[in-house]
Design a protein around this ligand. Sequence first.
Ligand code: AMP
Length: 189
Amino acid sequence: MFIIFLGPPAVGKGTQASRLVAHLSAHHLSTGDMLRQVRREPSELGERLAELMDAGKLVSDEVVLDVVKSRMDVIGLDANYLFDGFPRTIAQAEALDAILSASDLAVNHVIELVVPDQVLVDRVKKRAALESRADDTPETVAKRVDIYREQTEPLVAFYGSRGIVSKVDGVGTVDEVFDRLISVLETGS
Ligand code: AMP
């Protein structure tokens, strides 16, 4: 099963993704985590990634697809996947389609976690005070939200035409939101 988990920065996706993968016995493919691992290695690519990521900009489709493909090669396609932070562009979504359709597979479900913009802004302020991620300053998160609206939100229509998108309300306690996610995944509503 191939599930895509979409949502703007600070929507609470990371916390929910960790719980979902445990519940679903799925592999958690977080491109953000994978890219952070690459940037930690001293290399030219690492330096390039650091610059883009700290500025809240997207890494090139080519680099992202390289890390995703190599991870999928290791895991194999006979597994449950939760894609978190991927795809982020239509080109990435098309590339994922190509990988899956070559084995007669397809994305099964897309979940979009939604919260009102004001809630996002408040969460970002709290998070910036608590965490030390270089791309978590209010300014950079605002940039990441803009990029999400421009480049990633179109994926909702891209997959929506297949009838596989569910919107889930991300406002509430971690448990409340998790229960909504499970209910959507298990019953489709
Ligand atoms: P995340 O942890 O998902 O918020 O990702 C952190 C940063 O990694 C993003 O702001 C981008 O710079 C980069 N990144 C993660 N996933 C992708 C992706 N699918 N496409 C392009 N850039 C990505």
